[in-house]
Every structure is written in structure tokens, then in C-alpha cells.
Design a protein around this ligand. Structure first.
Ligand code: ADP
Length: 229
């Protein structure tokens, strides 16, 4: 019963998440088509919005597709040794260029040089999901630290925010499929409840794990841990 409820909420959430960017794309596309944007600055802004919203749609659809591949058991991982510092830098650059990151103060801290065996796309997608959440659940002035360190032979990748935090008793469940915690359900930011489920599945499939440490009202630190190569 609970799963059926979560699934039906999920379908409604996904439809809503698809609709929002589509509406913007259509609206700004139509304004351009009708020649309503006469000055070049405004036109550039509209084109920018269309590109950014399409990227948002692409990320959402990638999450859903990856999730369905996992469910059907057809998701495969291309495991290779990667310098994690390079991957974090790349993720920070990519994320920094997104519209979500407009007011974001993102600090990258590479404390150790660490490599690990993993699938590059799965790691970057996981980082994007964690960074998106860090911003989405941080209010108006998100401050986020993306950190890499070596601890006891393990590579530790952390995304730390000072946002709304996750209630203690829900900290395990937020990694479940479709689960959205009580901190966001009532009138909070939109979402599908798939982001963290994917992060957990990716990490576990790559021989690692994901953890959270959080205090309600103070912030959260999500930690992906992999055996160092
Ligand atoms: P959603 O699409 O709802 O963001 P996720 O699977 O990414 O789905 O996250 C599941 C839930 O965990 C969220 O709905 C929210 O309740 C909580 N959560 C995730 N990241 C954070 C964060 N950085 N701060 C506070 N709560 C978070």
C-alpha cells in the first residue's frame, strides 16, 4: 500500500517536474517566435533560459531512465580508475554554469589526491543530484562545500550544505525509492524522490556507499565513500 502511494505520488511529481521546464521553454520560444524580444540582451536571456530549462529536463529524464534500467537489471557500469580531484572539479564547473547555481557560493576543497575505480558518468550524475539537492534545500543563499579526502584507505566525497536539514528519524528513508521527507513535503521545493535513491544504487553498484549526517535547521553533509585505488 505504502509503495503504491509513493508510486502514485511519484508519477504526479514527475509530471509536474516535466511540466515546469516545458512551460518555460514554450513560453520563451513563443515570445522569440512572435518577435516580442526586440533588444539583443533580452533575446540572449530568453535563449539562455531555453537552453537551461532543456538541460534541466535532460537531467530529470536521465534520472528516470537510469532508474528504470536498474529496475530491469540492464544498467551497466564502466569501471575505470579515475582521479577523483579531476572529476570533482569537472562536476563543480558543470554545476556552476547551471541556472540552479545562480546564487550559489560553492567551495571546492581537494584535501588529498585520491583515485578510485568507478564509472565516471555515474559519479558525475550522483554529484549533480547531491549538488542540486544542496541548493534546492538551502533557501535563498546556498553555501555548499564539495570536499575530497582520504580516510582509512577510503576516498570520501562530501557535499555539505547549511540548508534545512533532514529530521533524524527520516535519515535512512531518504535513500529509498520515491521517498520525500517531511521537511519538504508541505509546500517545499519540488522533486521526485529519485535523486538520492539513484545516488545510493550507483554507489553500492560501484563498491561504495553513501551516508548522511544532518541536523534539522542547520544543514546536511552527504558522503559518498569508495575504496581508494
Ligand atoms: P527529491 O526529488 O525530493 O529532492 P531526493 O531523492 O533527491 O528527492 O531526496 C529525497 C528527500 O531527502 C528530499 O525530498 C528531502 O526531503 C531530503 N533531502 C535530500 N537532500 C537534502 C538536503 N541537502 N537537505 C535537506 N533535505 C534533503
Amino acid at each position: 500500500m505504502e509503495l503504491a502511494r509513493l508510486k502514485s505520488e511519484f508519477v504526479s511529481n514527475v509530471s509536474h517536474e516535466l511540466k515546469t521546464p516545458l512551460t518555460s521553454i514554450r513560453m520563451f520560444g513563443e515570445m522569440l517566435q512572435q518577435g516580442l524580444a526586440t533588444d539583443p540582451d533580452r533575446r540572449a536571456r530568453y535563449y539562455g533560459i531555453i537552453v537551461a530549462e532543456s538541460e534541466r529536463l535532460a537531467r530529470l529524464i536521465n534520472n528516470v531512465l537510469d532508474f528504470s534500467r536498474m529496475e530491469r537489471g540492464t544498467k551497466s557500469y564502466e569501471m575505470q580508475t579515475h582521479d577523483l580531484g579531476d572529476l570533482l572539479q569537472e562536476a563543480a564547473d558543470t554545476f556552476g554554469n547551471l541556472r540552479e547555481a545562480e546564487d550559489l557560493d560553492l567551495r571546492l576543497e581537494i584535501l588529498d589526491e585520491v583515485s578510485a575505480r568507478l564509472d565516471r558518468d555515474a559519479l558525475v550524475q550522483s554529484l549533480m543530484n547531491l549538488l542540486t539537492n544542496a541548493v534546492k534545500y538551502s533557501g535563498d543563499t546556498p553555501r555548499v562545500v564539495l570536499r575530497l579526502r582520504l580516510a582509512g584507505g577510503e576516498a570520501v566525497v562530501e557535499v555539505a550544505d547549511r540548508g534545512i536539514g533532514v529530521p533524524k528519524k527520516e535519515q535512512r528513508r531518504i535513500f529509498d525509492d520515491f521517498y520525500r521527507a517531511s521537511n519538504v513535503r508541505k509546500g517545499g521545493a519540488e522533486g521526485t524522490g529519485l535523486g538520492l535513491a539513484l545516488v545510493r544504487r550507483h554507489c553500492e553498484s560501484m563498491g561504495g556507499r553513501v551516508e548522511v549526517e544532518s541536523i534539522l535547521g542547520e544543514g546536511s553533509t552527504f558522503r559518498m565513500v569508495f575504496p581508494a585505488a
